[in-house]
Design a protein around this ligand. Sequence first.
Ligand code: BV8
Ligand code: ZN
Length: 260
Amino acid sequence: MMSTQSLTDIAGRLRAARRVAVLTGAGVSAESGIPTFRDAMTGLWAKYRPEELATPEAFRRNPALVWQWYAWRHGLVSAAEPNAAHRALAEMERRVPDFTLITQNVDGLHRRAGSQSILELHGSLERACCSRCDVRQPFPAGSGEGGPPPCPACGAPLRPDVVWFGESLPAAALEAALDAAQGCDIFLSDGTSNLVQPAASLPWAAARRGVPVVVVNLTAEGQGGGPNVTYLTGPAGQVLPALVQAAWGGDGDPLASREV
Ligand code: BV8
Ligand code: ZN
């Protein structure tokens, strides 16, 4: 678990910061019951690796399989609730003059927790888009049977509105994320294995400027290091509310204070 000294020190920097940038990964949604990419894929999907399914080639080769995987995940996400980590980040945004939340997650839980300034680097599973024209629509719930539905405009197969491996990230979101990493006073990296590029380069774009980088993760292994990189090890659903509480008082989790 994190040391009280480092938590107090970071809380002080957070409180004094004008501009804060946060990068989140699947670990922030783990306590909402959504399996991370590093977790072994469960049940029907145990024999696949996400990198094998989350590609344009996989969709071209077997659109029904890829669509069913996303329909299964869409069901998980729709039934999930934001957890204390999501709520703490929404509270942090309310406290900080200039706050940017950069997420690799496609589950939409940050928005449902109340975050507003969100950069979805890898798209969103709440939406489907056409594999040929520019139609975008809500992801059709419960569409897991059979293959992808046809686009209502041109009839081509719909696909999840996410960025697959080998696809470019949305340019505007990536540019804004780089700007936040290069202009922030403190950078938090929460619940990510920090392996997937170009998102994985963001914390180090901040660290190279001498900006404090705070890594919140269950483990300090496998992440980059450096003189101004601090690890707060523990579940994001505990560490982030504790950090918000240390910085601004209250109990760090607005919902908890409302629950009677
Ligand atoms: C790109 C959306 C330019 C889809 C995702 C060869 C050919 C082509 C490309 C490449 C190549 N080699 C490398 C690349 C680049 C590639 C890449 O980085 N590959 C990796 C595997 C090396 N990147 C790309 O392809 C990107 N595009 O580069 O475009 C280009 C174009 C053409 C050709 C070349 C280059 C696109 C990357 C985006 C892919 N889409 N998601 C979907 O969701 O299905 S990535 C997906 O995986 C997630 O979005 C996320 O980014 C990543 C998983 O990472 P994490 O979120 O960190 O989750 P993970 O499970 O890994 O880790 C969880 C962490 O949480 C762990 O550290 C764990 O300890 C921690 N944790 C767990 N529980 C908790 C916790 N922490 C705190 N509290 C807890 N309770
Ligand atoms: Zn279409």
